[in-house]
Design a protein around this ligand. Sequence first.
Ligand code: FE
Length: 227
Amino acid sequence: MNLKALHNCSYGLYVISSTKGERLNGQIANTVFQVTSDPPTIAVSINKQNLTHEFINESKAFAAAILAQDTPLSFIGQFGFHSGRETDKLKDVNYKLGETKVPIVLDDTLAYLEARVVNQLDIWTHTVFIGELVGAEVLREGEPMTYAYYREIKRGTTPKTAPSYIEDRKEAKSEMAEYECTVCGYIYDPKLGDPDGNIKPGTPFEAIPDDWVCPICGAGKDQFQKV
Ligand code: FE
């Protein structure tokens, strides 16, 4: 069985957010899809270990912010590689509260969907929450981020708790050495540089300023290892 076959499934990239009492949280997910059109219903698969899972389970509501293709890696990293148990992930983010009181992320968002959970499926490590839409809005025109674009063009990585995580991601080789973030698995490719962090393509890792941080998880340069 070649699990790389699964890489041919196409997905978008979303911030899934929810609430529990006064607390708000959000996380990245690529597994949002429309289930029915009448009434409009969507599904999302969320890892049981994630704080957002606990919040959706409690509030029975969630929002999905559909991210734009030009979303910086650092924004995705803030939601995808940190836990809401340790940081307030919405602290420096523009959001509004929806009808169900869940936060709806507005930054880097093309459109959003807000849903009330009508059913849920327990699937091993994850729960698939099925939600009927109670709100939806287009905020601006643009290309939505796809999971393939995030992985191949933006060189984004996948945390182990994601449903689409596959344990094999060291692919590319180039003459200048690549360096891997030991925290999140992001690989710095000198050919591509880090345009979000003002590092031009063709910059060797050694020439990056010392205050540069991992574009995904914010780890320091000293946390990188030569691939
Ligand atoms: Fe990192």
